[in-house]
Ligand binder design. Structure first.
Ligand code: NAD
Length: 459
């Protein structure tokens, strides 16, 4: 494929970056109210472009309008409203207490904008995953360069038009293009890079960021397991897992990637999954394409087909696989498609050991009626987030930090956590003009035995 990094794009990147560097201080110094106004303006502009956005998402991913509305657009309205409502307390100075060595000082933490930030987004929720970090970046008072995914070109074009309509490029600008454009952007000393995408590219981003010691938030992928305890309502679990796995044709970072079910319940669970899939995605044995998205590209289809063929060969309809060996490709890499392997267990310890022997997941799902079993699994495993007796819905609460751990990511997003990602927590101490206690530790030390004794007691 031809690179999208033309000389014009290279020059545009340089021009935008330099302009944002030059403008960054005035954005930082503007009152908090200006940030709220910008967020309101953004919401109004999105509202006015809703139909265009839905059409673009249909073109790129055959996304049903309902899914586009709920997961791409309403999600952003909620994020904007939450930021506007809470921005004043978030951005206010936090006073902290003092100890003996700094008695009489005033100490506080201020949230200052990081400066000029880069946001790189993937294609699976191409609108939401660019806009959500942008809301946090604006709330925190930054300038921003946005790089949408080249694999969702219609959405990328709508995003560009929308941003150009309301922001000048010296504050917020979109640079469209593929990985070559990303590489060029990553060569610049951004103050913060917010990347959403694969673990593989996440490593490339972090390596590039290390050249300038730019801070990073990495929202990555991985295999998110769902564990079904023996005591649950299997029908309810099957219904929820069906939704989580096949929404957006399985192309969701926190989709259940595989399921653990007790060996005695596998048959019943598979039957229930079959009914749930038929009810949700089929109409008289025909796949209901109105409610079932498409695989983003030919290459992604081939990748999935390869995973699928490796385990079994069929077309990529919503599919549940049983008897999958743990060394098959589908149990090694993130599926990110409408295929759900089901693995049986005899004892929950096997499940915990399996999860701990692999990379830490982005999400962990536990279906159980036993608080003791839930606590036991949570205590003995680690994951970016976890959701009990449901899937994916934990992403909808902006009070919760959303993010991964190690290979599934680092840093958090949404609400205050997103605001923090784009802010530097600057510690400031004001020494007392009247009594300066810190002098007691200055040399000469001769004759300061009593002071040392006192410090030993008090510190
Ligand atoms: P990707 O990593 O291939 O691409 C993401 C972005 O990075 C795109 O804008 C792309 O142009 C750019 N890019 C690609 N190669 C690059 C390179 N070599 N150097 C610099 N930039 C490069 O990911 P994708 O296929 O778009 O998205 C799917 C992945 O994203 C899955 O692993 C999924 O789990 C993950 N994801 C994570 C979250 C989350 O919130 N944690 C959300 C959505 C998707």
């Amino acid at each position: 494929m031809e690179s999208s990094l033309t000389e014009d794009t290279r020059l545009a990147i340089k021009r935008v970056f330099d302009a944002q560097k030059g403008n960054q201080l005035s954005i930082k110094l503007a009152p908090i109210n200006d940030r709220k106004k910008k967020l309101k303006k953004l919401k109004t502009a999105i509202k006015a472009s809703e139909n265009e956005i839905f059409e673009a998402l249909k073109k790129d991913l055959r996304k049903p309008v309902f899914e586009s509305a709920v997961f791409e657009v309403l999600f952003i309205y909620a994020e904007i409203d939450f930021a506007i409502k809470n921005l004043s307390p978030w951005a206010s100075q936090q006073t902290v207490s003092s100890n003996l060595l700094n008695l009489m000082t005033k100490c506080c933490i201020t949230y200052e904008p990081k400066g000029v930030c880069l946001i790189i987004a993937p294609w699976n929720y191409p609108f939401q995953l660019l806009m959500s970090p942008l809301v946090s970046a604006i709330a925190a008072g930054n300038c921003c360069v946005l790089k949408p995914s080249e694999l969702a070109p219609a959405t990328s074009a709508v995003l560009t038009k929308l941003i150009q309509l309301i922001f000048k490029e010296d504050e917020i600008a979109v640079i469209e293009g593929d990985s070559c454009v990303s590489t060029e952007l990553l060569s610049l000393p951004f103050n913060h890079i917010f990347f959403t995408g694969s673990t593989h590219v996440g490593k490339i981003v972090m390596e590039a960021a290390s050249k300038h010691l730019s801070t990073v938030t990495l929202e990555l992928g991985g295999k998110s397991p769902a564990i079904i305890d023996e005591d649950v309502d299997l029908k309810k679990a099957a219904e929820k897992i069906t939704w989580g796995t096949f929404a957006n044709a399985g192309q969701t970072c926190i989709a259940p990637d595989y399921v653990f079910v007790h060996e005695d319940q596998q048959e019943k669970f598979i039957d229930l999954m079959k009914s749930a899939i038929e009810k949700k995605y089929f109409n008289k044995e025909q796949l209901n394409k109105e409610d079932y998205g498409k695989i983003i590209s030919g290459n992604h289809f081939k990748r999935l087909k390869n995973l699928f063929d490796d385990a079994l060969s069929k077309a990529i309809y919503p599919t549940v696989l049983t008897n999958v060996s743990s060394d098959s490709l589908i149990m090694q890499e993130e599926v990110f498609g409408p295929v759900l392997p089901v693995v049986t267990y005899k004892n929950i310890t096997e499940v915990i050991n399996y999860i701990n022997a692999n990379n830490k997941p982005l999400a962990l799902y536990i279906f159980s009626n036993s608080n003791k079993n839930v606590d036991n699994i949570l205590k003995q495993t680690s994951s970016g987030g976890a959701c009990i007796n449901d899937v994916m819905i934990h992403i909808s609460n902006p009070h919760l930090s959303f993010g991964g751990i190690n290979t599934s990511g680092m840093g958090g997003s949404h609400g205050f956590h997103g605001f923090k990602a784009f802010s530097h927590e600057r510690s400031v101490m004001y020494q007392s003009k009247l009594i300066d206690i810190s002098k007691i530790i200055y040399p000469p030390y001769n004759g300061k035995g009593m002071i040392l004794k006192l410090l030993r007691k008090l510190m």
